[in-house]
Design a protein around this ligand. Sequence first.
Ligand SMILES: [Fe+2]
Ligand SMILES: [Fe+2]
Length: 242
Amino acid sequence: MLTLQTTLRAIALEEPATIRVFERFHLDYCCGGRRPLAEACAEKALDTTEVLAALEEATRGSDAVERDFTQATPTELIRHIVQTHHAYVRSELPRLLPLAEKVAAKHGPAHPEYFQVGINLRQLGAELINHLAKEEMILFPYIEALEASRNGNGNAPHACFATVESPIQAMLHEHEAAGALMEEMRAATNGFTPPADACPTLAGLLHGINDFERDLHRHIHLENNLLFPLAISMEKEAMIAQ
Ligand SMILES: [Fe+2]
Ligand SMILES: [Fe+2]
């Protein structure tokens, strides 16, 4: 139950999605979290109505409405993927990586699986940042140009590869590698379940990685199952038309 009398720690443990809100308002939910929300807000001169509304919004989740992309054009898909999923990866990694380091330092000695989570997350982050850059700089512009040319806006694009299937194959392999790293973290943490005595930082990290995985699955689904097949068929059509 979310009230002004609930402690920040209790809210964060009950609803880990609220941790983002605490971070946004710079409210300490961890070491200094054993006090009522009203007191913490008063100290920072925060509007309690605004903070409560943001906390409630976070607990409702942001993915209640799933958009249907099956009729979307390649360019619409690309815009959505970059603005939603690539932006999410870029905003979540700098938040999750320091949390993972903090958790590894505090809990790693007794629970080596948290060292492993830190290593996996760092590797995943480094690989994903490169992956997004390749999509945004090479593959996606080519697909957009293919679509523009099909619609009569310009010539068929020149590429540094024989067919779009080559970079797509590379992206598919990288998706599998990312999925395998997520899977390792999931297995090491019992499905991202915090232990009964977890501190809010650990609960927040596991919740954050769980959300990250969910977003990655949607992201990869849009690319593997919708965008890439559309790109391959557009290129084939363009070759036949030549
Ligand atoms: Fe992507
Ligand atoms: Fe991708």
